[in-house]
Design a binder for this molecule. Structure first.
Ligand SMILES: [Zn+2]
Ligand SMILES: [Zn+2]
Length: 386
């Protein structure tokens, strides 16, 4: 689905200044905050949309990129494509607090220092972040990985409830089962009802008489899980994949956290990467450069033959079409460039010296007699890099 224009989302003009921007965002954020619209997914969506728009427009650098390139201008920094989350590590709610100054808003600051919409029972599990090192070969075509993650997992004994049996739940006395306590507060925005999660039952509305022996009432235990991760081709350092529900299990049936997989590219022993293109330095002998040769070079897909023409100049780049990386968003395959390094021997036998000396005054070995060849290579190199 296409994203809405950030200015449109916040209902502001394109030359809006910071003060008005903040005011516009605050208005929307208060209107659509999940604690004020429990169970309303439309409001939650609008809330997130506004938070994202504000996050971009309040930052002069991001805003400039957005103004120039639209949503695409923001993709390079992290996150990619519509199938992956574009949003940063921080929970969206932690951004929310920077405009309200901590927990002045009802319901802010839960058991984990942030608030998610409560799903009725339990408390949300924390998000997790792992790093995944990938080789260029894996990046070039995309890959599937299975990783072991140590995390909190739902207790099998009590199925995540934390209770020995279903008879062991009692209505919480502090909040009479409401899960929240209300108090009227005065803030700079006027007076409003401040709703806090109940401190006795942590918002769950019930307490447990006999706790599960296995998890001691938490509904989750420490464990290790194998997680399957699909990595698309063309990712790069700083890209990440968000896997909802694969983070820490929630407490007593609460929502599971998100697992954020941060991509790290391993340095390759032969190749240098430039976007979706690959560069490879090939050492060739003087005689091969002069006489031409057919040889093999490594590529991301294995070895491939390459023809070196007679009279190849040092520094010349040979292009091998579609031997590079399959782009993340473009679906196009990059090229491999092979750079000719002509190896000049540093020590010679007497016999070799004689051969070379014999060529010393030969006309074809005089660089000034064949100027074209020189100009040619600079033209070529320029054409490739421009
Ligand atoms: Zn309570
Ligand atoms: Zn248990």
């Amino acid at each position: 689905m296409a994203k809405r224009d950030y200015y449109e989302v916040l209902g502001v003009s394109r030359n809006v200044e910071n003060g008005d921007l903040k005011r516009a965002y605050r208005k929307l954020a208060m209107k659509y905050h999940p604690d004020r619209n429990p169970g309303n997914t439309q409001a939650e969506k609008k809330f997130k949309e506004a938070a994202e728009a504000f996050d971009v427009l309040k930052d002069p650098d991001k805003r400039a990129r957005y103004d120039q390139f639209g949503h695409d201008g923001l993709k390079g920094a992290g996150g990619f494509g519509a199938d992956y989350q574009d949003f940063g590590f921080e929970d969206i709610f932690s951004r929310f607090s920077d405009i309200f100054g901590g927990d002045s808003f009802g319901g802010m600051g839960g058991a984990h220092g942030r608030t998610r919409r409560r799903s009725g029972t339990g408390q949300p599990g924390d998000d997790m972040k792992i790093q995944l090192k990938l080789t260029l070969e894996e990046i070039a075509f995309g890959t599937d990985r299975e990783v072991k993650v140590k995390k909190y997992m739902t207790c099998k004994e009590c199925k995540g409830t934390g209770a020995k049996s279903s008879e062991d739940f009692m209505t919480c006395n502090t909040c009479s089962g409401m899960g929240e306590v209300r108090q009227v507060t005065r803030t700079m925005f006027g007076q409003f009802v401040n709703v806090q999660p109940c401190p006795t039952c942590y918002g769950e509305g019930r307490t447990i008489r006999n706790k599960c022996g296995s998890c001691h009432g938490e509904g989750r235990i420490k464990g290790e899980e194998k997680i399957h991760i699909q990595i698309p081709s063309g990712v790069t350092n700083g890209n990440y994949i968000s896997l909802n529900g694969q983070g820490h299990s929630g407490i007593r049936g609460g929502e599971d956290g998100t697992l954020v997989v941060l991509i790290e590219e391993k340095k390759h022993e032969h190749f240098k990467r430039d976007g979706d293109d690959i560069f490879y330095d090939l050492n060739i002998s003087v005689t091969d450069a002069i006489l031409g040769v057919t040889t093999e070079v490594p590529t991301l897909k294995g070895r491939a033959r390459i023809k070196i023409e007679p009279g190849t100049q040092p520094g010349k780049l040979l292009r091998m079409r579609e031997k590079g990386i399959k782009g993340l968003k473009t679906n196009k395959i990059g090229d491999q460039y092979v750079r000719m390094n002509v190896y000049i021997p540093t020590s010679l036998t007497d016999e070799e010296k004689q051969h070379v000396k014999a060529l010393k005054d030969s006309k074809n070995f005089d660089p000034n007699s064949n100027k074209d060849a020189h100009e040619n290579i600079f033209e070529r190199v320029k054409a490739v890099f421009s």
